[in-house]
Design a protein around this ligand. Structure first.
Ligand SMILES: N[C@@H](CCC(=O)N[C@@H](CS)C(=O)NCC(=O)O)C(=O)O
Length: 202
């Protein structure tokens, strides 16, 4: 069975959410998210940079959440939750799937990392503000793209919504003031999905 090593509010939400949407059997192991735990050689064997999540499927082990999503889709998705790979829509889908991690989640992650490393009055507000602005630009781009549609690829929910959805979840926790009003219908639709709610509280 697929094993997902996860900690609250981390990117483990993505593979868990996808397994729920696809009806794939999986189990979750919660890990201690402290730096002490993640620096231990045992965890570095699981994830060489000491991050979360990790996914195991039999002997196979992975440590990058977007790659987990693509792997699960290819291996178990039976063509669900993505456009036909030979269509133009697929290029658009891939773009937003990657945007969810590489462009939106990056500045959000930097806010979390900065606050962990520079606690209390050591925090540099300009750094946090700059990362918040970068995330805000991404949130505006998403809001513009979904203005007249239910999901990022139109009427059909896809795995790109899962990749973006985690970034929106993090945005709501870290920079709610940067979420444009017109993003709300899209985000509300993602949030009310049972699979997301299960993943969020896994
Ligand atoms: N690109 C990686 C990022 C993984 C990542 O940054 N995970 C966060 C939790 S969501 C983490 O472990 N942060 C701890 C750290 O960077 O020290 C992925 O998508 O899996």
């Amino acid at each position: 069975m697929i094993q997902i090593y996860h900690a609250n509010n981390t990117r483990g939400i993505r593979p868990i959410w996808l397994c729920e949407e696809l009806g794939i059997e999986y189990s979750v192991t919660k890990i201690d998210f402290s730096q002490e735990f993640r620096r231990q050689p045992e965890w570095r064997m699981m994830n060489p940079v000491g991050k979360v999540p990790v996914l195991e499927d039999g002997k196979l082990r992975m440590f990058e959440s977007g790659a987990m999503v693509e792997y699960l889709l290819t291996r178990y998705g039976e063509g669900r939750l993505h456009p036909n790979p030979s269509s133009d829509a697929y290029a658009h889908y891939l773009q937003w799937l990657w945007f969810g991690e590489a462009t939106l989640s990056r500045p959000l992650g930097e806010i979390v990392n900065h606050r962990r490393e520079f606690q209390g009055d050591k925090e540099i507000p300009e750094v946090v503000a700059e990362m918040g602005n970068r995330a805000g630009e991404c949130l505006t781009a998403i809001a513009d793209a979904v203005e007249n549609q239910h999901f990022i690829c139109g009427d059909a929910f896809t795995a790109a919504d899962i990749m973006l959805g985690y970034g929106l979840h993090l945005s709501e926790l870290l920079v709610p003031e940067k979420m444009p009003e017109k993003l709300q219908p899209y985000w509300a639709g993602l949030k009310q999905r049972t699979a997301f709610q299960i993943a969020k509280s896994a």
